[in-house]
Design a protein around this ligand. Structure first.
Ligand code: NAD
Ligand code: MG
Length: 390
């Protein structure tokens, strides 16, 4: 039996992961499941899968979790330290599906105990790519991508030499507003931004898809994961989300990964890697699809893409700043304190403020510095919003 843990088990990726585990329960020994405020879901899954431990991120919900799991063998814990401790419990395979930079400490801990880390949490690589790769190397732990684009690229690279790669082409659906005139975007509401045309995902990544901050994070994630140069990464808008990404080789050949927009493709690939197993996903009927569309992204519409390029060129701690400022800008948008198009301005202002302070972005890339930088970037993002809203 394989020992598995799922961090962020109650979320969209977490539930899809549990769906796959549930189809063959005798193959898995569930170590840790973690969640946030949805105690009922967490307890239900921990009970059914007989997890060793269930952890909620919210310390004040520990009693609720304990009550919900009364009469079972499942241990309970709460808070960020408990999450990281749960990641240190030996497991063969750990799903990292917490949303945001909060996924970084447990992800690093899982790598330190040598687990294979299935990385849905793209923020881990954006905030601390070199540290994460070095931790994996030092502990002989494996990192597998779960973001659909990165899973696609990873699969296109099987048996290939990375030096033969000329470019990586990341597809973007364009999100909720891809067909809106630019002039309407200023008034886009939280509700409108929270519905995705193709993918059913958590609210935060759905809004990030509409603003292309999600694609911006993914471009940085690509650079970190595959070690390619920023100018080797292209983004193309592909409204159907059937081609999940492509790799172009130096002989001009392009390998694409196609599939229905269902995250169980990428989760299942990471779960069964290096094998392939039958997955409960829709099969493509190309004749029925008839056509697939592609066009270049408009950088005026998507300033996040330009910011991502700056971050890749700048390096150091700028990824941690970018992500934290983005997370806070998103919080402020969801709280209706700023407008949709103002998010990019907040992020840019914070990046500029960091750049203006000598040395801040060039401190050594260790976990303490990443967390301190994350904290300061959030504060400066809040300050920037305060200045805007008065
Ligand atoms: P979600 O909001 O549906 O779920 C997030 C999970 O993280 C929940 O279990 C929640 O309780 C937990 N969580 C939230 N804040 C936390 C905190 N501060 N500390 C600990 N736990 C916390 O999110 P999702 O859509 O499943 O996305 C999860 C991650 O996977 C994100 O990094 C996202 O970018 C990435 N991802 C998601 C999809 C998708 O289809 N949903 C696709 C690709 C990548
Ligand atoms: Mg993706």
């Amino acid at each position: 039996m394989r020992k598995v843990s799922v961090f962020g088990a109650t979320g969209s990726i977490g539930q899809n992961t549990i769906d796959l585990i549930d189809r063959d329960p005798s193959a898995y020994d569930v170590v840790a499941l973690t969640g946030g405020a949805n105690i009922e879901q967490l307890a239900k899954d921990a009970r059914r899968l007989n997890a060793d431990i269930a952890v909620t991120a919210h310390e004040d919900r520990l009693d609720d979790l304990r009550d919900a799991l009364a009469g079972t063998q499942v241990e309970v814990a709460a808070g960020q330290t408990a999450l990281t401790e749960a990641a240190a419990r030996p497991a063969d395979w750990v799903m990292s599906a917490i949303v945001g930079a909060a996924g970084l400490p447990p992800g690093l801990e899982a790598l330190k105990q040598g687990a294979t880390l299935a990385l849905a949490n793209k923020e881990t690589l954006v905030c601390a790519g070199p540290l994460v790769l070095e931790t994996a190397r030092a502990h002989s732990a494996r990192l597998l991508p779960v973001d659909s684009e990165h899973s696609a690229i990873f699969q296109a690279l099987v048996g290939e030499d990375i030096d033969a790669v000329e470019r990586i082409i990341i597809t973007a659906s364009g999100g909720a507003f891809r067909d809106w005139p630019l002039s309407d975007l200023a008034n886009a509401t939280v509700e409108q931004a929270s519905s995705h045309p193709n993918w059913n995902m958590g609210q935060r990544i759905t809004i990030d898809s509409a603003s292309m901050f999600n694609k911006a994070l993914e471009v940085i994630e690509t650079k970190e994961f595959f070690g390619v140069a920023p100018d080797q990464i292209e983004v193309i808008v592909h409204p159907e989300s059937i081609v999940h990404s492509l790799v172009g080789f130096k002989d001009g050949a392009v390998m694409a990964h196609l599939g229905a927009p269902d995250m169980r493709h990428a989760i299942g690939y990471a779960l069964h890697w290096p094998d392939r197993q039958t997955l409960p996903v829709e099969r493509l009927n190309l004749a029925k699809l008839r056509q697939l569309n592609f066009h270049e992204p408009d950088e005026a519409r998507y300033p996040a893409l330009r910011l991502a390029r700056n971050v890749m060129e700048r390096g150091g701690l700028s990824g941690a700043v970018f992500n934290a400022a983005k997370e806070r800008a998103l919080d402020h948008f969801i709280a209706r304190r700023i407008r949709f198009l103002e998010m990019a301005g907040v992020v840019e202002a914070v990046l500029e403020k960091f750049e203006a302070q000598n040395g801040l972005l060039d401190a050594p890339l260790n976990l303490d510095n990443v967390l301190q930088t994350d904290h300061l970037a959030r504060k400066w993002a809040d300050d920037s919003v305060m200045q805007k809203t008065g």
